[in-house]
Structure formats: C-alpha cells, structure tokens
Ligand binder design. Structure first.
Ligand code: PLP
Length: 402
C-alpha cells in the first residue's frame, strides 16, 4: 500500500494538480497525465520529430525504434505472445470498429453477435450496424438488479451461429467486473470469437491475454495516464493474419503497381498511414509509470479510497449507491435530485465528477434512471479529497433542502 508521503510524491508528478485547485474524480472518462508522459512528447517534437516506416535517416530510425519499443512493452504488459499481435489505433472506439469492419464479410445471414446490456455505446453501435447490414441478429445478455450479467440466459443465447461476443471487462457505469474468463471458455466451445473491451480495466487490473484466452482485447491510452488518440488492439496472430486491411495507404504495403498491391504482414497491414508517433511514445511512458508503481499496489490503494468513499457516502439520507464489485468506479444518486444539477453545483466547489448516462443509455433506460453521478479514482486521489468532496456534497444538499 502507498504511504501518505508516496502519494504526495506521486501527486507532484501531475502538473495539472499543482496548477489547478481541483479535485478530479472523473478518471473513468480520462486520467491526468504525469510529467514523464508530457515531457516525452515535448522532447520527441523538439529533438526527434520524423516519420516512421519510410525514412531511413537517423531521425526516422529513432522514431521507428521508439514505435517498436512501445509495441514490445505493450506486448509484455498484457502478456501477448507476439509483437505482431499489438496494433496501434486511435482508441478503443476505433479498435472495435476495426474488428467490426474486418469480420464484416465473415458474418452470414442469421448469424448472431452477443453483447451485454451494460456496454458503452462504442461496444453497441458497431455491432448494431453490422447486424442490420448483414441480416444477422444482435443478442443482448441481460443484467440483474445489481447489474451483473445473467449467465444462465447467456448460456441460452449462445449458439453454433454465434460469431462474436463483445463484452466489457469492467463496466464504465457501475464498475462491474464481468466474469470474462468463464464467458471466453463457453464462447470457444461454440467456436465464437471473443472481444474484451478493457478500457476500464487496463490501469487497475493485471491483464494476461494468454491466460484469459480472449481473441481480442482493446483499450485506450488516455485512460491509463497516456495521451488521447492512441488505442491498442490486441488480437490473436492467427486471427489478425486473416483480416483484410482496414484502411489502405502508406506504411502497409510490400509492393504497389497500378494494377494490384501486395500488403505487408502484421502488424503494419492494419496500420495504414502516419500514426500518432508522439502519442505512442507517450503511451510507453504511461505504461512505465504504471509498471513502476505496480498495478497491484495501485489497485489496492484505489480500493482503499473506494471503501472509504462508500463508508462516508452511505450515511447520506436518500442516497442510492451503485457499486457492487469494489472497483474504482462509484455511481450514485440522491433522491429527487437530478445528477446534472448536483454535478454542476459540485463543480462550483472545484470538484469534477461525471454526470448523466455515461454513454450507456440502454442500461440507464432499463434501470429507469435519467443518469447518475459517477466518481472514479486514480493513483493521485486521496482520502482528504474524498473528505472535501463529502463536505461539499453536504453543503450542496443543504442548498436543495432549504
Ligand atoms: N468502452 C468503455 C467501457 C469506455 O469506458 C469507453 C470510454 O469511456 C470507451 C469504450 C470508448 O473509449 P474511447 O473514447 O477512448 O475510444
């Protein structure tokens, strides 16, 4: 567990926390960035800026090396078997869309795709569109009142015609940890592919894709202290090898004539055009940051914060808390108060929380909620901040009562 002094040192590494008098509890939307990440990006532009996969001068070589070093480190971080299994995209959203595009031709009429009721819109809409275009069925695993997947129904939904199951590892609304290992095991008995959306897990839970056995695991750098605009798509090599190119252009070919093109192998085949090189370098630094502090230690510390928040918030009259798995996401509502109103007033106290439906409108509709207030923690948050948040919340609630 981190000591008070350690957390103080960690906080000093985040310039925004020094400059702004703000309590930032919106980490599930995006995390703040440490100096290490910001400086690496600045240093790259000041000293080494150049393109990759094409320029053989020393700057180009440097950029290439940085790109491949990041790829190797990401491979180790999630324990992928081959570096070719790591594809850089612009984010989780693009990674999911890339997979939907690449399996498009393989989906046949009356095939089905399975998602859950508590997915982020990014993991609903691509499958909705694909199913509609291909006359396939989109099946949805329902959730119970505590927002856990109904596995009994999942076992009935899956058939030999299930092509893909796409499920979040941890839900962004209520921080539910889905039983993905069991789902993957069942899915593979039916020869279905499994895509795991790891956006809300990657900076909190140790990920071992070989142990999980998933076919795809996707996440975004900006939710793990890295820059926005970088996504990582892990896919099993034998599956990605069969994928057609997602986009076509520079950096992904062996040979082009006006009649035909011979495409590169993995990973370049799926990475057309100039990537966000500085972002990939920043992602590598973000990864180092997490590894350096240990994901297990980070998780333990965030759990401590969460338990404390749960304890003090549960004293508030009329509060309904939605947190069932002790993950770092805590959603709540206060009776008869709209989340937007509460969020706005907390903002006046310098507290940043997320309000609304969290890009999960189908789930909110099912639960008959017009939104929740969501607080989510990261390594730099403190017990003192939770106390300030609590006191501000009490003041704001007085405003509603009187
Ligand atoms: N999936 C989940 C569970 C998320 O929480 C998010 C972002 O909040 C996304 C997907 C989309 O991520 P991005 O906007 O980085 O593409």
């Amino acid at each position: 567990m981190f000591s008070y002094e350690e957390i103080k040192t960690i906080r000093k590494q985040f310039p925004i926390l020094k400059k702004k008098n703000i309590i930032y509890f919106d980490n599930a939307a995006t995390t703040q960035k440490p100096f290490k990440v910001i400086n690496a990006i600045t240093k790259y532009y000041c000293n080494f800026n150049s393109n990759v996969k094409r320029s053989f001068h020393f700057l180009g070589q440097f950029s290439n090396n940085c790109l491949e070093l990041s790829r190797n480190n990401i491979k180790s971080f999630i324990n992928a078997k081959y570096r070719e299994e790591i594809i850089f995209t612009s984010g989780t959203t693009e990674s999911i869309n890339l997979i939907a595009f690449c399996i498009y031709k393989l989906i046949k009429k009356y095939d089905n795709i399975i998602i859950s009721h508590s997915e982020h819109h990014s993991n609903i809409i691509p499958w909705q569109v694909l199913s509609k275009n291909k006359n396939a069925t989109l099946k949805v695993i329902p959730v119970n009142s505590e927002c856990e997947l109904n596995i009994r129904i999942f076992n009935k939904l899956i058939t030999k015609k299930t092509h893909l199951i796409s499920i979040s590892h941890v839900t962004n609304t209520f921080g539910i940890i889905n039983p993905i290992k069991n789902l993957i095991k069942t899915a593979h008995k039916y020869n279905s592919l499994v895509l795991i959306d790891g956006s809300q897990a990657i900076s909190h839970i140790t990920i071992d894709v070989q142990n999980l056995g998933c076919d795809f695991y996707v996440f975004s750098s900006h939710k793990m202290y890295g820059p926005p605009g970088i996504g990582i798509l892990y896919g099993k090599k034998q599956i990605l090898e069969k994928f057609p190119p997602y986009q076509c252009g520079g950096g992904m070919i062996e040979k082009v004539t006006l009649k035909k093109t011979i495409f590169s192998g993995l990973p370049f085949k799926l990475e057309a055009g100039t990537p966000n090189i500085a972002g990939i370098i920043g992602t590598n630094k973000a990864l180092n940051f997490i590894v350096n502090y240990s994901i297990i230690k980070i998780n333990n510390y965030e759990t401590k914060l969460l338990k404390y928040a749960l304890k003090i918030l549960s004293n508030i009259k009329g509060i309904k808390i939605y947190n069932y798995n002790l993950t770092k996401i805590l959603s709540f509502n206060i009776e008869n108060i709209h989340s937007f109103d509460l969020g706005k007033l907390l903002n006046n106290h310098g507290i940043a929380v997320r309000t609304g439906t969290h890009c999960a409108q189908p789930l909110m509709e099912y639960l008959k909620l017009n939104g929740t207030i969501r607080i989510s923690f990261a390594i730099y948050n403190t017990i003192e901040e939770i106390d300030i948040f609590y006191n501000s919340l009490i003041k704001v609630l007085y405003f509603f009562i009187y």
